[in-house]
Design a binder for this molecule. Sequence first.
Ligand code: MLT
Length: 410
Amino acid sequence: MARVNEHFLKLKAGYLFPEIGRRVAKFCGEHPEAHVIRLGIGDVTEPLPPAVVEAMHRAVDELASRDTFRGYGPEQGYEFLRSAIVEHAYQSRGVEVSPDEVFVSDGSKCDTGNILEIFGRENIVAITDPVYPVYVDTNVMAGRTGELDKSGRYEGLVYIPLTAENDFTPALPETRVDLIYLCYPNNPTGTVASRATLERWVDYARENGSIILFDAAYEPYITDPAIPHSIFEVEGARDVALEFRSFSKDAGFTGVRCAYTVIPKELSASLPDGGKQPLHPLWNRRHATKFNGTSYIVQRGAEAAFSPEGRRQVRALVDFYLANAKRLREGLEATGITVYGGVNAPYIWLKTPGGLSSWQFFDRLLERAHLVGTPGSGFGPSGEGYFRLSAFNSREIVEEAVERFQRALA
Ligand code: MLT
């Protein structure tokens, strides 16, 4: 009989967000009159920027005519988009990346999971804790871990705690690791990494032959001018890091789907004979074999996010969500709750009051205020006792949520 990939059976019962959805659906079934406000998953709510919509309409019209019709595009992305990315996301900040180092895709969630295919199974992987669950689950699926232990950690993974006690700054691991996921601005804590922190990690990777998988999906939310926007702003990072970026959280593409991964040509990993293998051709091979490119319409939309009016409109969207985050922060602080994040990120990370566990707080908030957030423990054991709120919503709903919080926690 055909065998399953048994590693899937090690996974916790469900992916975090479907589990939240299940609990909320149950609550709504039992309380059909309740108007539930969702500040759980980090999904955008505002419509696409007009410049993006217009570009996508034009692209549809091109495909509607025999003269301008296009079929398969380059798997790695159209040159027009790869060049626009380099110019606006990197060169504008003095970072050298060439267009052929940019691989356009349909999302960073897919990229952060798929990238594992080009790394050997024996690599030791470090994650910060709490962490975006995709990094953990995809390593479990790939067989790079043992079982889940009682503390909620998978054997074989190296967990680096991010807590209020260490100011949410990831300490270097005590044992050598090969692959390190860093996500900054951080999901879920909403905190940022200083240049000194990133330099420490790049130095560590250079000394230990490690590779940093840097997820910068929330980069547009950085407001502090001292914080690097890209790992490649750190000297020497091109030898030891690759970077994921996305159009989801700034241009509102969570449903449209477009992201990219930058793999510098210098970046190499070791071969069994001790030699070195550049990763760029491997990822290129993987991408071209398993992916037929992001749709032309979507890539034209993404390109338009970099046009002068597109940039203004995208900035306005990011500022809108940041103002929501500020409102949430201030509203919660007024109730005496300790709040982190929300200044350079669309996420608020709060300490649950009264020693409640993350899921106890989730249930209480749902029952008393009909509010949904994300339990910190769902992002890893060090998230226990914390809770995440997303600032992606309309202002009206954010205001209503703040009032409900204040009533429920008074
Ligand atoms: C989240 O809520 O953490 C995000 O929506 C996850 C994602 O972007 O996939």
